[in-house]
Design a protein around this ligand. Structure first.
Ligand SMILES: Nc1nc2c(c(=O)[nH]1)N[C@H]1C(S)=C(S)[C@@H](COP(=O)(O)OP(=O)(O)OC[C@H]3O[C@@H](n4cnc5c(N)ncnc54)[C@H](O)[C@@H]3O)O[C@H]1N2
Ligand code: MOO
Length: 405
């Protein structure tokens, strides 16, 4: 098979995925804020009001004019009314007067300061204040957080709860977000048996389906698991075509390497398009990326840890760019708690366990069970340790990038 890049560097694979995904970016849709969590924003959000929308109290207490307070801590002001958080009563205070107020209530006209209840004592209609608050204390000014016309959010930002809350705070009930890709998930191989069924000799339980579905769900997707593909090229072709006509993304795991039953790369080349096959990474080397019918196609290698590593490092990037996300994931670095000798010159994503040190830095303990079938080591770990291409010896204390999962 030829006519496409193969055995490419990891960065090249990532660049190809980004380029192809950008050209297949999904359209936007209007979505109620209550359903928009985790979606990628497809519009700018401009503030239509100030935040706070009016001057208001930051504490329960009394609103007053600071000029009326005496410096010796013996001030007493006349209580003339009360303003609670809610409709503004448009109250006004004059010299020597104050108004009872609660947190969030609009400040009466003439008032410039709030004394908290704990520093005030009401006696016979007069409020005795001790100690005196500072000028302007406990007042939240109109527009101090946001001004009308400010650009609050921009297209490409994933909607976190605080961003959704900001849009709600300026009164938006819905926003335009990118459509979320629909994803079909396939496992492959005649050796697979579903958990709960008897296990015959030579067969193994299907663990990749749960792994992949879980990884996709953790990224906010609602994937659909299809029946396992048998090692039969005719059936594989018809099931994959069906899925690729209906879904935005088709993900398979297994049947992408060099074996007699690894039918998927040839199928994709004949019936669709291959953008690359094989990346100089470990695990995950036989990764396949292309297009079939209307779908982007990701063929992950079958070894369970390869599924984990290829999804985390490359697959989710496809989903991000299809949705127009411009957010870079936060990067973490840690020092190796033990030396590691690489036995190959590919880029390695080793499993490890992260722990904080007293000096505020992070250490990572590599798990010695580095085979791509060693799911237990993956389950015992919480990060992938990135060990660059070429470099073979990695001494204790060396700073390495880690990818949490
Ligand atoms: N001659 C070569 N052999 C292999 C190569 C190679 O370059 N030349 N690459 C090796 C590497 S690296 C990997 S990774 C695997 C990838 O193989 P496939 O993607 O074709 O996957 P399968 O052969 O179908 O399965 C590999 C392995 O994973 C188990 N498996 C598959 N599906 C599941 C599942 N749903 N749940 C649990 N386990 C699963 C399967 O039984 C195999 O043991 O190829 C190497 N070989
Ligand atoms: O590239 Mo494979 O995933 O190492 O076993």
């Amino acid at each position: 098979m030829t006519g496409f890049p193969t055995r490419i560097a990891f960065d090249e694979a990532r660049a190809i995925i980004q380029r192809v995904a950008a050209s297949r970016k999904l359209p936007g849709e209007q979505m109620a804020l209550s359903r928009a969590h985790g979606r990628v924003l497809a519009q700018e959000v401009i503030a239509g009001i100030d935040l706070p929308p009016f001057d208001n109290a930051a504490m329960d207490g009394y609103a007053l004019r600071h000029a009326d307070l005496r410096g010796d801590g013996a001030s007493a002001l006349q209580l003339i009314g009360e303003q609670f958080a809610g409709p503004s009563l448009e109250l006004r205070i004059d010299a020597g007067q104050c108004i009872r107020i609660t947190t969030g209530a609009p400040l009466p006209h003439g008032a410039d300061t709030v004394v908290m209840k704990e520093n005030a004592r009401l006696e016979g209609g007069r409020v005795h204040i001790d100690p005196a608050p500072k000028p302007g204390a406990h007042v939240r000014r109109q527009g101090e957080d946001t001004r009308v016309g400010d650009r609050l959010l921009h297209a490409g930002q994933p909607l976190t709860p605080s961003r959704i809350a900001l849009a709600a705070a300026v009164g938006m009930a819905s926003v335009e977000v990118s459509q979320r890709p629909t994803v079909a998930v396939f496992t492959t191989g005649d050796e697979l048996v579903e958990p709960g069924m008897p296990l015959q000799p030579g067969r193994i339980y299907n663990s990749n389906r749960e792994l992949l579905m879980g990884l996709l769900r953790s990224d906010g997707l609602e994937p659909t698991a299809w029946p396992t593909l048998p090692d039969d090229p005719v059936r594989i072709e018809s099931m994959l075509r069906d899925a690729a006509q209906a879904f935005d993304v088709v993900i398979t795991c297994g049947a992408v390497s060099a074996g007699e039953k690894d039918h998927i790369p040839a199928l994709l080349q004949a019936q669709g398009r291959v953008h690359f096959w094989k990346v100089r990474m470990r695990p995950g080397m036989p990764l396949l990326f292309g297009e079939l019918e209307r779908a982007s196609f990701l063929g992950l290698p079958g070894n369970p840890v390869s599924v984990l590593a290829t999804w985390l490092t490359l697959g989710r990037g496809l989903i991000d760019v299809l949705q127009g996300s411009t957010a870079a994931r936060p990067r973490l670095f840690a020092r190796l708690a033990a030396p590691w000798h690489k036995t190959h010159d590919r880029l390695e994503f080793l499993r490890g366990r992260l722990r904080p040190c007293d000096d505020g830095s992070l250490m990572v303990q590599p798990n010695p069970a580095d085979g791509s079938h060693r799911m237990r080591a993956a389950a015992d770990s919480d990060v992938l340790i990135v060990l660059p291409e070429q470099a073979m010896e990695h001494a204790t204390g060396r700073v390495v990038e880690v990818l949490p999962y």
